[in-house]
Design a binder for this molecule. Structure first.
Ligand SMILES: [Zn+2]
Length: 352
């Protein structure tokens, strides 16, 4: 796999609702390998192999990341923010940020009242934090920043020991990356079915990208790729939250929304290929694009394949490149094994 493309995606800010720059990189990469590459009204980026084939698979990984928006600017030029997606204010204090304004990037840092003076306590909320850009007046900031401008942490990806990567928004730019790598391999070794790989937008805020994609493409099976909670670090209680380890292989989901036939087939392929798999439980819903894809059109069977990730929605998250590689291998082998007459009905009734 192309790790430098992964890092390229990770270096590209893609706060939910502002995915154009990362989609452009995804499309540019894809068009080298896949003939049929396009976009839609939501801002999804779509690559298709075997467009005419009778059984259609939608492979979706969201490319948006969590972040912030400029909410207000006070008279001294400090900026207050609104969260873009769900994140904790605690690790934000002291973090450098980039405000993506109309004239380019403005550097800043999250400040708060000193702990010594009664600020920055455990009950810190986002309203206690403000961004200091070094400005000396509101006018100075207003000439550079507009209400609603997106903000991301200023963080570059890097390597840790044992093939691990640390960086911002690994949730879920890794998923968009895996979609691209799977499509690239399928393009050079065509399956019997049609496959549409989609780098979806807006998952962290409204899952609207998945809705646009699923409604337009009307797949026979949708496979959502996202990250899930690794629970192999201090204080994680596996009795309460389940047992998922980094470098333990891709994670399949079990629960009511998941199509059991496709899921069982994934497990079979993993066994044949000696790819370890782990499980997470999604009894009611998955909390991913899969939920939205499932209820598009007349309803779509779904499976979810997740990448183990440590420190979900913290400024920096950690994943294993080995898991990514194994997930790509599993998905390529799975899709190549699917036949156009695949019937995913859980119960096939022919009368008695
Ligand atoms: Zn997320």
């Amino acid at each position: 796999m192309n790790t430098s493309f992964l890092f390229d995606l990770l270096k590209t800010p893609s706060p939910s609702g502002h995915e154009e720059a990362i989609q452009e990189k995804w499309l540019t990469y894809m068009q080298t390998y896949v003939e049929d590459v396009t976009t839609d009204l939501a801002g999804n980026a779509i690559a298709t192999v075997n467009p005419g084939a009778p059984f259609r698979i939608l492979l979706a990984g969201h490319c948006d990341e969590i972040g912030f928006m400029v909410k207000s600017i006070d008279e001294s030029g400090f900026i207050y923010v609104e969260e873009l997606g769900r994140l904790s204010p605690l690790p934000a204090l002291g973090m450098e940020v980039e405000i993506h304004g109309r004239n380019g990037v403005l550097n800043g840092v999250f400040g708060a009242n000193a702990q010594h003076h009664g600020g920055a306590n455990a009950d810190l909320t986002m309203d206690d934090l403000f961004i200091d850009c070094g400005a000396e007046s509101a006018e100075e900031i207003q000439s550079l920043v507009a209400i609603g401008d997106p903000i991301t942490y200023k963080i570059e990806p890097s390597h840790l020991r044992n093939n691990r990567v640390v960086g911002r928004g690994l949730d879920n730019r890794t998923g968009a990356f895996i979609v691209a790598e799977v499509m690239k391999r399928l393009a050079s070794s065509l399956p019997e079915v049609c496959v549409q790989g989609v780098s979806t937008v807006n998952e962290e805020t409204n899952m609207g990208g998945a809705y646009f994609a699923g409604s337009a493409l009307k797949p026979d099976l949708a496979i959502a790729l996202d990250v899930t909670f690794a629970t192999d670090y201090p204080t994680a209680e596996i009795g309460r939250v389940g047992d998922v380890t980094l470098a333990g292989g891709p994670v399949l989901a079990k629960g009511a929304p998941i199509n059991k036939k496709a899921n069982e087939h994934l497990l079979q392929i993993a066994k044949e290929r000696n790819i370890p798999v782990q499980y997470e439980l999604t009894p009611r819903r998955t909390g991913t694009d899969a939920d939205q894809l499932r209820i598009t059109g007349e309803g779509v069977p779904i499976v979810l394949v997740s990448l183990p990730l440590r420190y979900m929605h913290a400024p920096r998250e950690v994943v294993s490149l080995q898991d990514i590689e194994q997930e790509i291998d599993l998905l390529v082998a799975f899709i190549q094994s699917l036949r156009p007459d695949t019937d995913l009905r859980p119960l096939i009734w022919n009368g008695r």
